[in-house]
Design a protein around this ligand. Structure first.
Ligand code: ADP
Ligand code: MG
Length: 238
């Protein structure tokens, strides 16, 4: 099968990735699926931002990441591209595959923004089922769709509600967890929710945690959620 060959070639190329700083400048320098490449091209993304150039090669190789970068530095693609690519290479696709990636965002607005970027990049050939879980609709309405999703973008309280109340929501095969704006998640008082969410998720997974600021709470969460993370930080420019 063509997909199979594609995936094997990508696996080989990812294994060969050079993790030296500055090794890659453009998205086209990276071993990405044709679907992701087409999505990036259609959105006119060509040169990577600093955080993307540093984080994406490491994340493609499956390492956990503790990332620090200011608002506007391009963190969304720094985690969405590895999510799409790592699930693609695992062929974690289709209703029976279950949830492969969970992206947690502090607010509904930010979750919607992430979902919009995911849709924009993902709609040129990827076959993942992706959804937003941010409340606003009835639990019942979300519940049915939830069980068929491969990628979810969610706020902490709402996803925890489903993890504790939706029996058919299977996260046993989750491959990736993203905690975006971890400092804000904690500032907004979601620490206990996130701790409870972590208890539901398989321990063997890849986790990417991004935060604009460092604090002892963020360090605590990093200790609890990450396994031998690579530290990726970008300093303010100009
Ligand atoms: P952050 O999450 O770090 O605040 P975003 O991911 O929201 O940053 O990106 C900020 C802005 O930069 C967005 O408008 C996004 O479209 C744009 N952007 C991200 N990556 C690139 C890139 N490689 N090239 C050009 N623009 C980019
Ligand atoms: Mg962001």
């Amino acid at each position: 099968k063509r997909d199979h060959v594609d995936v094997e070639q990508l696996d080989d190329a990812v294994a060969e990735l050079d993790l030296k700083d500055g090794a890659y400048k453009d998205f086209t320098d990276l071993p990405l699926s044709s679907a992701t490449k087409a999505g990036l091209k259609a959105a006119h993304f060509s040169m990577m931002t600093d955080i993307q150039a540093k984080a994406i090669p490491i994340a493609l190789k499956g390492h956990d990441i503790l990332g620090a970068a200011k608002t506007g530095s391009g963190k969304t693609l720094a985690f969405l591209i590895p999510v799409l690519e790592n699930l693609h290479r695992l062929q974690h696709i289709g209703a029976d595959a279950g949830l492969g990636a969970l992206i947690i965002s502090p607010t509904r607005e930010l979750a919607i923004q992430i979902f919009d970027v995911l849709r924009r990049i993902g709609k040129h050939g990827h076959m993942f089922a992706a959804g937003l879980v941010i409340g606003g609709k009835s639990l019942e309405a979300e519940r049915e769709a939830l069980t068929r999703m491969n990628i979810l973008v969610a706020t902490p309280g709402r996803i925890l509600q489903h993890l504790s109340q939706t029996a058919a929501f299977n996260v046993d095969d989750l491959k990736m967890l993203v905690l975006d704006e971890a400092d804000r998640i904690l500032d907004m008082g979601f620490q206990r929710d996130v701790d409870a969410i972590l208890d539901y998720l398989p321990k063997e997974r890849q986790t990417m945690l991004f935060s604009a600021t460092q604090s002892s709470k963020v360090s605590d969460l990093a200790r609890l959620s990450l396994h031998e993370p690579e530290y990726v930080s970008v300093h303010a420019e100009d």
